[in-house]
Every structure is written in structure tokens, then in C-alpha cells.
Ligand binder design. Structure first.
Ligand code: F6P
Length: 493
């Protein structure tokens, strides 16, 4: 089975000549000043869940945007800080952008343009020329920072997600001889009909094709990409090797379903420390002895949070006997709060929660606890282990690692996962109760099914899902990527 040690051995054997630099927009940890104290917070989102353990094993450098108010203070003279705080293993090199560039690159082009374009969740993409110019500037700043990190060495540079598609082009233009470059897209890739409205479609595709390899979450997204390139550019597609030749360069196209550190999550969630955290949280939030149904999401319109709330409402209409027996505990992690669409979503969620709680509450009991407070990652893992059911109801998601974290946390092999068919993880987890989040009636039925499943069925399903995620863990994921790029034979350890 792949684990941290196996990965370290591979890196030592196959990559001794190369340094490793990864880059993403989101940083793994943020230094903040909150409630009169200096603190460090682990950032939300699947990208950090996946890459933090990888970097702890690989011990390279992570280049990312500094976003916390204390982020500059803790850096050394090279702009770096060692992470994670409890046992430093890798360097975080922070990039800073001025507000104007940040607004155009992050809020504008990335999150008002590419994000809705790729997710197709019925929010119209907006493309502005000024945002595109900021996107190019920001990608150049990232590339220059990476080049500074690499210096004259040989390096494997691995860029993550849609914010930085163009970085690879600048990297190759500056230092093609010493760099192996790869790109991984954490979000879905749409079909050619959807993608064609992007005014910068040619530049974006050329950005992708500047890498030696590009990875997608699932085969379907990789196929969409091949079809898009086929339609938009003069290329030669090698269907045997699954690669694209463009302007005398070859780019491999692969699907690598991202995953989690199964063993670490499983161990922590079962610890006595985790049990203590659960007791405290149950007390602090007034959950008492009620059974928990948990959801954890960035507050994003792709996550299907209002759809979930409507299904909960209908569930209590149909099954009032569950009142006072269960609590829906929703951890909502604020994100992209400057954007109007995200503000609207927050307002919609607030009024739905108020309305449903008012309608169904009994005495001191309310059906939904919705918190936007920061809850440390280790405590979230503890809550996964404590919950009866976890609901992931994304309208569209590249993978969704909450689903995999929940499974990894169930070291007692119980608990039920309700999972959207439209999350990439549904392909690996057919044993979950799969839902269409747009269909409120059957969604409510799935909640009832999850709560009334026999203990034997629950165990059987969870056991199977745990076997899958234990096997397809995050270290195996990196192993696969490296074996393709460095051309060694992948071995199922
Ligand atoms: O997984 C998609 C993604 O945009 C990641 O790139 C990012 O780390 C995460 O979601 C959180 O998004 P944001 O940084 O915009 O809050």
C-alpha cells in the first residue's frame, strides 16, 4: 500500500537530481491576527487537503498567494516560512499581489470567468479584458517567483488549478531545459460547446499545452479537454499515448483522481484527543445527545447548499418523528466574499436556515446549526467520525474530498455517505447513497434512507468504501503522477 515512506523512497530514488516546487493560488496555512491573538489557520478546500500531506512527505517548496494579515510578518529574508507549524517539513514561499491585480486575476478572471465556465452550475461566466490582463500579470509574478526558487537547478514544477494556467508558458519560455512541468486541474473541465464562449480560449488552451503533462480529476474531463483542443487548435492528437502535439511540443493528458491521507485521518479521528474535541463541540453548540448529520463546504454556489436545506425542510415535513433526535450540523467556510454572487448565496442560505429552523424547531431544539466560525481541521475530522451521516450535495465538483475525508475518518466502519452524482468522487464510491441534488423529493428520501439503513448494510458499504480510499490514497496519486512524468513503471506497493 502506498504511504508517506514509499513516496519518500520514490522521490529519493527517482528525483534526486530535481528539486520540487509546487504552486497554487491558495496557501496551505494563513497567519492571522484574530481576537487579539496571532494564530495560524489551515486553509479550507480540497487542494490543501490533498497537497499538504504530499508536501510534508516530499519536503519541497510551495509557492502560493499570501492572504492573512500576519502573513508577511513571519517570513524569513527569502520570503519563506516552514510548515506545518507543529513539525516543519516544507517551505512556503508567499507571493503578494497589489489589490488591483488581485481583483482582476482572482475575483474577476478566475472566479467570475473560469469558475462558472468550468462548473456549469447556471451562474453566467463574466469575462472582462482588464481581468484577463491582471490574470496574465499574476501568472507572470508566480512564474518569476518559481524561477527564482529554482535558480540554476533542475526542477520538477507542478502547478495547481485554474488560477495559474498560464504560468507554465512563462516558465518554459524562461528555462525550458531545466524544468519538467506539470499542471493539475482540481475542478471540472467542460465540453467544447461550453468552453467556446471564452474570449481567450486560444490563449488558455496554449497555456495548458505549454506543460509536459496535464492532469484532470476524471477521464471524462480529460476527454472533454481533448475534444476542446481538437475543435479549437491545429494540433496532432496521439490517441494511443493520449498526448497532444502542438508547435513541436508534446503534452501528456491524464486522469488522476485526487485523494486524501487515509491513514493519518483514520488514526486521528479515532484518537482520544478527537473524542474530547467532539464532547467540547457538542457542548459549545448545544447539540447535546442528538445524532449528527454533517456537511462541510466552502460557501460556494457549486456546493448545492440551498438545495440541501430544501431537502432537509422536506425531510422534516415528511418525517416529523426525527425532530429532536437529529441535528444537521453545517460548517460553512467563507470564500470569495467580495463577489456579489457569493454575497447573494450567503443571504439565501441565511434566510433558508432561519425559515426552516423557525418552522420545525421544538423547545430548545432546532434542526439546523449553521456555523461560519473557523473550526480547526483536526476537530472537523473528529466530527466526521462522530456523525451518523455526511451529506455532500455539490451541483458539480471536480472531485470533492469531504466525501473521502468522511470515509477515512470512519475507523469504526459505520456512518453513511450521501453523495451527489455530480461530484467526481461518486465514480469511485458507488456504495454511497447517490443523489441528484436538484431533485428535492428524492434527496429528502435519501436522508431518510441514510438514517434508517440497517447496521449491517451501513457497515458493509462503509467497509467497501474504506478499502477503496485506503488503496487509492494521496501518496498513490503522487506516485502515479511521478511515474508518468519521469517515465518509470508504476508499482502498486
Ligand atoms: O478546488 C478548487 C479551489 O478553487 C482551489 O483552487 C482552492 O484552493 C479552493 O477551491 C478554495 O477556493 P478559494 O481559494 O477561492 O476560496
Amino acid at each position: 500500500m502506498w504511504n508517506q515512506t514509499v513516496l519518500q523512497k520514490i522521490i529519493h530514488e527517482k528525483m534526486s537530481d530535481y528539486s520540487l516546487v509546487i504552486a497554487s493560488n491558495r496557501e496551505p496555512y494563513r497567519h492571522v491576527f484574530a481576537d487579539g491573538k496571532h494564530r495560524i489557520q489551515r486553509e479550507p478546500g480540497g487542494l490543501v487537503t490533498a497537497l499538504d500531506p504530499v508536501m510534508q512527505a516530499a519536503q519541497g517548496t510551495w509557492v502560493a498567494l499570501g492572504s492573512g494579515e500576519d502573513d508577511r510578518q513571519v517570513l524569513d529574508e527569502h520570503g519563506k516560512v516552514m510548515l506545518p507549524p507543529e513539525h516543519p517539513a516544507y517551505a512556503l514561499r508567499r507571493v503578494f499581489l497589489n489589490k488591483e491585480v488581485l481583483r482582476g486575476y482572482y475575483d474577476g478572471y478566475s472566479n467570475e470567468g473560469l469558475w462558472p465556465l468550468c462548473h456549469i452550475a447556471y451562474t453566467r461566466p463574466v469575462f472582462r479584458e482588464a481581468d484577463w490582463q491582471s490574470y496574465l500579470k499574476a501568472n507572470k509574478v508566480f512564474a518569476d517567483t518559481i524561477l527564482e526558487e529554482v535558480g540554476n537547478q533542475k526542477a520538477f514544477v507542478w502547478i495547481h488549478d485554474f488560477h495559474l494556467i498560464l504560468a507554465g508558458k512563462y516558465l518554459k519560455a524562461a528555462n525550458a531545459a531545466n524544468l519538467i512541468t506539470a499542471f493539475f486541474l482540481h475542478i471540472p473541465w467542460p465540453n467544447p460547446e461550453v468552453f467556446q464562449i471564452c474570449p481567450q480560449k486560444k490563449e488558455i488552451l496554449e497555456g495548458f499545452l505549454s506543460y509536459d503533462m496535464i492532469g484532470f480529476q476524471i477521464r471524462y474531463h480529460a476527454d472533454n479537454f481533448l475534444a476542446t483542443v481538437d475543435r479549437e487548435l491545429e494540433t496532432k492528437i496521439d490517441r494511443e499515448k493520449i498526448s497532444i502535439w502542438y508547435q513541436n511540443r508534446e503534452t501528456l493528458v491524464r486522469a488522476f483522481p485526487v485523494s486524501v491521507d487515509f491513514e493519518a485521518i483514520s488514526n486521528h479521528a479515532g484518537s482520544s484527543e478527537a473524542q474530547k474535541a467532539v464532547k467540547r463541540i457538542r457542548h459549545d453548540y448545544g447539540i447535546g445527545k442528538a445524532k449528527l448529520v454533517i456537511s462541510v463546504d466552502r460557501i460556494d454556489y457549486t456546493k448545492g447548499i440551498p438545495d440541501r436545506l430544501r431537502a432537509i425542510d422536506l425531510f422534516f415535513d415528511k418525517h416529523p418523528e426525527f425532530k429532536e433526535k437529529i441535528v444537521f450540523f453545517q460548517i460553512g467556510q467563507p470564500s470569495r466574499v467580495h463577489l456579489e454572487r457569493f454575497r447573494q448565496l450567503n443571504n439565501e442560505i441565511n434566510s433558508l436556515v432561519d425559515e426552516i429552523n423557525w418552522k420545525h424547531s421544538q423547545g430548545a431544539w432546532s434542526p439546523i446549526i449553521f456555523t461560519r466560525s473557523y473550526i480547526p481541521y483536526q476537530n472537523i475530522l473528529a466530527l466526521y467520525r462522530d456523525a451518523e451521516v455526511c451529506i455532500v450535495s455539490a451541483l458539480h465538483d471536480g472531485m470533492n474530498l469531504v466525501a473521502k475525508e468522511f470515509i477515512a475518518a470512519r475507523s469504526n466502519a459505520t456512518g453513511t455517505l450521501i453523495l451527489s452524482r455530480f461530484a467526481g468522487s461518486a465514480r469511485e464510491l458507488p456504495e454511497a447513497i447517490l443523489i441528484n441534488p436538484y431533485d428535492t423529493e428524492s434527496f429528502a428520501g435519501a436522508i431518510y434512507e441514510a438514517l434508517t439503513l440497517s447496521p449491517e448494510d451501513k457497515q458493509k458499504k462503509m467497509q467497501k468504501m474504506r478499502e477503496t480510499i485506503a488503496q487509492q490514497n494521496i501518496y498513490r496519486w503522487v506516485g502515479k503522477v511521478l511515474s508518468q512524468l519521469l517515465k518509470f513503471e508504476f508499482q502498486e506497493e
